[in-house]
Structure formats: structure tokens, C-alpha cells
Design a protein around this ligand. Structure first.
Ligand code: NDP
Length: 449
């Protein structure tokens, strides 16, 4: 399979994140291809790594000083073999075609694994939301949607939030979509509760990640109660991962943002987490302020020139990377295993470098890839779509219960597939194989498209 990777590298040498995501999948699925020559004959691998469609577009907008700014918008529609594309939208200055292709590729497998009738895509812009006023944010979202609305829809491509896109941004995007299309449909998920959103959607990726971790620990007769946990990030996924961990009796000792991390040896309790939510979601401040407020907490700035992030060197039993891709390097992975960590559960997409992942798997540490562990986000998005189409709102308890069942199901599916292909306990192989088989079987049924 290395020929696929080589051809991708030759064609698009700069798409490092996408190559990484493809490499990980191709390594996992080797035994499946060996046992199923029909896949090779139909060139499914060649097809699955090529997006069905990529649209790039100009997003001009006017800032508060009246100056015209221009950003680049993207819509990557990766694979629709099992359903309409379900995309995550990311607004971050690092956004480029490689990052969105990797997110879209991951999404294809994630949705298939979660048994959702949804394909995979991703979209976004290199727009930086940091320091922007509400008005600037609104103008940017409206101009972004002025193009995107032509490519999305409840039966075509359904978009949700990712880094830099939360309920505020989904509101501005949905308002513009509705105006341009003159229809109130579920083309976006993560909507506000009184205009089509679902209870538990905001919490879903984080809560689901913790439910998945609980299932993994149960295979070793452990629970989350009393476990000391490292969590990175301070956004949607990190906040709700920490919230559920605290609820289940675990002790969360770290959170981070792109400027650095805070270590609180006393543990981040409910009240402190409520402060973090106000700080990050309303005031849009920096995590350093946490250490200024709570005695005993220490802030360490991020050293962008180093491959080592001391966040991962604190003694703990569980680690939940919930910030961004490649945040755990090989060096961090050694620090993690030397510090007694028994479980790594990815809230973010692809937060571990391939070297780090190999170390966790070699050392038989419980390791869950994001495409399995954070699938709760898209699972509840699909529950939001169902509620939108039947024009009903389910109770939070009901949605949470469904989320728990879905995460339990994904966990079992991963373990079963890993066992079938002779790598018992390898969640990465289990997740990649399950997603791959489901999608390529649908591709075979639908002919050469
Ligand atoms: P948010 O924008 O809400 O939060 C992202 C957090 O990560 C922020 O604290 C941000 O810091 C930090 N961060 C971003 N980039 C970096 C970086 N380069 N170095 C260090 N920290 C960084 O995003 P989400 O919580 O929604 O997403 C986090 C991860 O989870 C992503 O990988 C996303 O793809 C994945 N995910 C999200 C889902 C969702 O439903 N939202 C569902 C499934 C997966 P700062 O505040 O400084 O920007």
C-alpha cells in the first residue's frame, strides 16, 4: 500500500497531515486487502483517498475599522458512499487543504464506524477568530456562507462546528443560510436549543469520549473514579471531557490553550470548570488567567520551538488530548508512559503523532483513536438531524442515554474487528478496518463513481 502514499506525496507533497491520516489507515487495513482481492481490482484505495469534490473560494469581509479583509474558504467533500457528507467547519489561521482533507478523511471512517448513514467532509477557513468582535465574526460568517450555501443542504452536506466554530458562529452561519435558501432545514448542526438544536449536542464529543474511556477501562476491571487525568485544550471538547470526568469522580489536573497550560494539583472541580467556561466561551480570555485566580495552580507557556510539552509529564493514570492534531510528540509519549498513564483517549482528531501512537500500542496501553473516541459529536449531530426532520425535541436524558449506547457500540465494534484481524485490543486497527469495509463495500455496490 505504500504505493498509494508515495503517489499522494508525489502529487501533493505539502499535504503532510493528509498523508499522515492516510498512512495510518493503510497500515491498519493491509490484512483486509490481502483477504479481499476484489477491493484491489476495483481500485477502492485509489478512489477513497481522492476527495469527490473540493471547492475553494474567496471570503471578503469588512473589519470594525472599515478595512476590507480577504480569507480563503474551503469545502472538501470526501466520500458520500454511505450517505450525504457530514462536515466539520474549522476557522483557524492554520487551515489549509491538507488539514481539511485529513479531517474529511477521518470523518468518513468515523461516521461509518458510528453506524451513521452519513458520508464525510470538512470545511472552513484560515480566518482567525481570536480578538475579533461579535460584529466582525458575524460579517465573516455571513460572507463565508454566501458561497458555502450553494454546496450544503440537509441531503447534500450537513455542517457542524470544529475548532473556532461554536454555537455563536453556527448561529450566524445558519441565519445567513436560511436567508439565502429561504428554508429552515437541518443543513447545520450544533444549533441553539430554541432554533432546532439538540440537548447534549454541545457536550457530546467530550461526554462520548469519557463514555468510551470508561468502556476501555472496564476491559481491565478499572473505572474512572479516583483516576488522575490530564486533559489538553480548553474549548468545547476539553470542557465537556473534563465535566464528565469530574462527574464520574475522576480528578482533572490540567487544561490548556494555544498559549500554554495550567496545572492544578488540587484538581479542577465543578466551580473552577464553570470559571473556565465563562473565561473561554464568554470573555474569550487566555487560560493563564486560571492560574492568576486559583492559588496553587501553575501556568506554563507553550514553547512552540520544542517537541516536548510538559503538560504530558505530570503523573496521572489517564490522558485526554482534546486540543488539536499532533499535540503529542514521541517525546511526550515517552513522558506519558514513564508517568504511569494507563489510558490515552483522543478527544481531538489525530492529536498523537504516528511515533507516539506506535509507542502506546507497543506498550499495550489502552489507546483510542479520535475517530472512535470522539464520534459522540457526530452521533448527536445525527440525532439533531432526526429531531429536526420529525420536528420534535428529545429530553437531554434521552439523548445522553442514546449517546452512551452509541459509544458502547463503537467500543465493541472496534474490539471485535481488531480481534477478527488478529490484533486483539488494538482500537486503532479495529476502528480503521470497520470504517473502511463499510465504506468500500458501498462503493463497490455503486459502481465506478
Ligand atoms: P475549540 O475551538 O472549542 O477549542 C480548541 C482548543 O484547542 C482551544 O483551547 C484552543 O486554544 C486549543 N488549540 C487550538 N489549536 C491549538 C494549538 N495549535 N496548540 C495548542 N492548543 C490549541 O475546538 P473543539 O474543542 O471543538 O475541537 C478540539 C478538537 O476536537 C479538534 O481536534 C476537533 O477536530 C475535535 N473535535 C471536535 C468536535 C466538536 O464537536 N466540536 C467533535 C469531534 C472532534 P485557543 O483558545 O488558544 O485557540
Amino acid at each position: 500500500m505504500s504505493y498509494i502514499l508515495e503517489s499522494l506525496k508525489a502529487r501533493d507533497p505539502h499535504e503532510r497531515e493528509f498523508h499522515q491520516a492516510v498512512q495510518e489507515v493503510t497500515e491498519s487495513i493491509k490484512p483486509v486487502l490481502d483477504q479481499n482481492p476484489q477491493y484491489g481490482q476495483a481500485a477502492v484505495l485509489e478512489r477513497i483517498v481522492e476527495p469527490e469534490r473540493i471547492i475553494t473560494f474567496r471570503v471578503p469581509w469588512v473589519d470594525d475599522q472599515g478595512d476590507v479583509k480577504v480569507n480563503r474558504g474551503f469545502c472538501v467533500e470526501m466520500n458520500s458512499a454511505i450517505g450525504p457528507y457530514k462536515s466539520a467547519l474549522r476557522f483557524h489561521p492554520s487551515v489549509n487543504q491538507s488539514i481539511l482533507k485529513f479531517l474529511a478523511f477521518e470523518q468518513v471512517f468515523k461516521n461509518a464506524l458510528a453506524t451513521l448513514p452519513l458520508g464525510g467532509g470538512a470545511g472552513g477557513s484560515d480566518f482567525d477568530p481570536k480578538g475579533k468582535s461579535d460584529d466582525e465574526m458575524m460579517r465573516f460568517c455571513q460572507n463565508f456562507m454566501a458561497e458555502l450555501y450553494q454546496h450544503i443542504g440537509p441531503n447534500t452536506d450537513i455542517a457542524a462546528g470544529d475548532i473556532g466554530v461554536g454555537t455563536r458562529e453556527i448561529g450566524y452561519l445558519f441565519g445567513m443560510y436560511k436567508r439565502l435558501r429561504n428554508e429552515f432545514t437541518g443543513a447545520l448542526t450544533g444549533k441553539g436549543l430554541n432554533w432546532g438544536g439538540s440537548l447534549i449536542r454541545a457536550q457530546a464529543a467530550g461526554y462520548g469520549c469519557v463514555y468510551f474511556a470508561a468502556e476501555m477501562l472496564a476491559t481491565r476491571n478499572m473505572t474512572l473514579e479516583g483516576q488522575v487525568c490530564l486533559v489538553s485544550g480548553a474549548g468545547n471538547v476539553a470542557q465537556h471531557t473534563a465535566e464528565k470526568l469530574i462527574e464520574l469522580g475522576a480528578k482533572v489536573i490540567t487544561l490548556s490553550d494555544s498559549s500554554g497550560y495550567v496545572y492544578d494539583p488540587e484538581g479542577i472541580d465543578r466551580d473552577k470548570l464553570a470559571y473556565v467556561k465563562r473565561l473561554k466561551n464568554i470573555r474569550r480570555g487566555r487560560i493563564q488567567e486560571y492560574a492568576d485566580k486559583y492559588a496553587g495552580a501553575v501556568f506554563t507557556p507553550l514553547d512552540t520551538n520544542s517537541d516536548f510539552n510538559p503538560l504530558w509529564s505530570h503523573r496521572a493514570t489517564c490522558a485526554f488530548p482534546c486540543a488539536t492534531q499532533n499535540e503529542i510528540s514521541e517525546q511526550d509519549a515517552y513522558a506519558i508512559i514513564n508517568n504511569n498513564v494507563k489510558l490515552i483517549c483522543e478527544g481531538a482528531n489525530m492529536p498523537c503523532t504516528p511515533e507516539a501512537t506506535d509507542i502506546f500500542i507497543d506498550k499495550s496501553i489502552l489507546y483510542a483513536p479520535g475517530k472512535a473516541a470522539n464520534a459522540g459529536g457526530v452521533a448527536v449531530s445525527s440525532l439533531e438531524m432526526v429531531q429536526n426532520s420529525i420536528r420534535l425535541n428529545w429530553l437531554g436524558k434521552e439523548v445522553d442515554q442514546r449517546l452512551k449506547i452509541i459509544m458502547k457500540g463503537i467500543h465493541k465494534t472496534c474490539l471485535d474487528a481488531a480481534e477478527t484481524y488478529a490484533t486483539p485490543g488494538n482500537y486503532l486497527n479495529g476502528a480503521n478496518i470497520t470504517g473502511f469495509v463499510k465504506v468500500v463495500d458501498a462503493m463497490l455496490d455503486q459502481g465506478v463513481i
